[in-house]
Structure formats: C-alpha cells, structure tokens
Ligand binder design. Structure first.
Ligand code: SF4
Length: 280
C-alpha cells in the first residue's frame, strides 16, 4: 500500500550535474512504480526517509507556484523533469502537478527534457506539442513476465510503453526509445528496432552493477533462473568478464541496428566501485 503525503517544499528548481538541463524538476518525491533497479534507491535523501522505496509518494503541492517565482529569479534556458521520480505516475492524474509545470514552462518559453516510462504521458500530447519539449527519453524494455514480477512488478506493461512511444513519435514529439536497463541473458533486444519505424535510433543503458542494492537485484533474477546467479556474481567480481558480456551485447545491437538501418547509442557503466547518487 502506497502512502501519499501532501507536502510543501521550499525549492523546485534544483541545480544538477546531469547535462540535460541546468536544473531538475521533480513534482513528487517517491514513485509508485517501485522498480527494483531504480537508481534513486541509492540516493542519500531517500536513504534518510526510513521507508521502503515505492511505498510512499510525497506530493509537492506548491511546486507550480514555486516554479513561477523561481523562473523569474533563475531564468534557466532548459530544465530536466523526472530525474528522481516518475512525473506521470498514477497519482499525477489526481493532482496534475506535472501538467501545470509543463504549462508554466511553455508560457515562459523554457525548453525541457523529460525522463519517463509512463504511458499516461500521451494524455499530455497537446501540451508537449507546443514547441518547448526538447526531448523525451522514454524507458522501454522486454523480458518475461516472471522476471518483471521480480524487477518492476508495478511499472506499466512493456507493450503499453512501446505503444506510447509510437504514439508520441506519430505526433512528431522528439522521443527517444530508451532501452533501460539492459539485463544480460534476461532482456530480449531482438526486434527492438522494428518496433519503432518512426524513430531514428534507440539508446541502450546497461544495468549498473554499482547500485547499492545490486545483490537484491541478482537475488530477484536468480529466483526466476538460478543458472544466472553465477554469471551475475561473476560480472560483479571479474572485470574482464564484465567487459566481455557488454561488448558482446553491443555487437548484437550493432548487427540489429545495421540491418534495420537505424542508429544506436549504448551506455556501459564502468566496472567496480560504488554508485554515488546525490541527485535531488
Ligand atoms: S519509474 Fe523511474 S523513478 Fe519510478 S521507480 Fe521506476 S526507475 Fe525509479
């Protein structure tokens, strides 16, 4: 059961090191989708919450009013929405904070990039078509339901996400199908380029083995397929093996992209160390 809390915050535009905007905007703290691999779980602010990720959402009810004021002071050129939450999660249907934020950004002629995996975003197409949406990175994936139950039981179905990407593309909105995270031996990338005829290319992000809860992720995968445990543990321990697995994966993507005449990008996280997430 997700606990929803209406909260007031003191700042909505937060400076960021992510090169997709000068500031990030997160209308909520927390996320109903509760993906096990979510990097926000490793965030120091979230770790201080003392509540499991996915079991609460703080609704920042004064976000639009704050945004109006802060835009006048900070005058950003471009902002990023959804760095630590899903802006289009189900509770947005009730509060419409993201909608009001997008409308304000449009009015002030400020460009924005959005990170999302929620098909609900298609309801906002008229707002997104006003010329200030620079890019949407829309997360897609493809693996068996038995894995999904363990890795992202509450996120929208993959087929619905694919459909949302096609709808956005059809409307001329600059959306990038973002295949993330790629789970070796689990994610099925075959046919991925054929799913989005209107997309120029696809971006791929490999699973980050430096997440604080990587052992929990491996346990979830191994519960479905015990033969994968050793391979995943080896990826944690053996740099050469780790690099080889991702290089092989990239070769497969290269072949698929070439045959579909599409472009691709792949983000491989470096081996070792711990993930430090200080995003707000
Ligand atoms: S939808 Fe995004 S923010 Fe929400 S839990 Fe999943 S990865 Fe995290």
């Amino acid at each position: 059961m997700v606990e929803f809390n209406e909260v007031k915050i003191s700042r909505i535009l937060n400076p960021t090191a992510i090169d997709l905007g000068e500031y990030v905007i997160n209308p909520f703290m927390g996320c109903e989708f509760s993906c096990l691999y979510c990097y926000v779980r490793s965030n120091r602010v979230v770790s201080r919450k003392n509540k499991p990720w996915g079991e609460y959402v703080d609704i920042r009810i004064n976000a639009p009013e704050l945004l109006e004021k802060e835009l006048l002071l900070k005058k950003p050129q471009a902002v990023l929405l959804g760095s630590t939450t899903e802006c289009f999660q189900p509770i947005e249907k009730k509060y419409r904070l993201t909608r009001r934020i997008l409308e304000i950004l449009n009015q002030h002629k400020i460009y924005y990039v959005i990170l999302s995996r929620s098909p609900y975003i298609v309801d906002y197409i008229p707002v997104l078509k006003q010329g200030f949406c620079k890019k949407i990175y829309f997360s897609i994936n493809n693996y068996a339901q038995e894995f999904k139950i363990r890795l992202e039981p509450k996120s929208p179905a993959f087929a619905l996400r694919d459909e949302a990407v096609r709808e956005l593309l059809k409307e001329g909105i600059p959306v990038v199908p973002y295949f993330s995270p790629m789970f070796p031996w689990v994610s099925d990338i075959s046919g991925v380029f054929d799913k989005f005829p209107l997309a120029e290319g696809i971006e791929f992000e490999c699973l980050n083995f430096r997440l604080n809860n990587i052992r929990e992720i491996i346990a979830g995968i191994s519960a479905r397929d015990p033969s994968l445990k050793e391979k995943y543990v080896n990826m944690l321990r053996d740099k050469a093996f780790y690099n080889r697995v991702w290089q092989d994966m990239e070769k497969k993507i290269q072949i698929l992209a070439k045959s579909a005449k599409k472009s691709y990008n792949i983000y491989i996280h470096s081996f070792g160390g711990y993930f430090k997430n200080t995003y707000e």
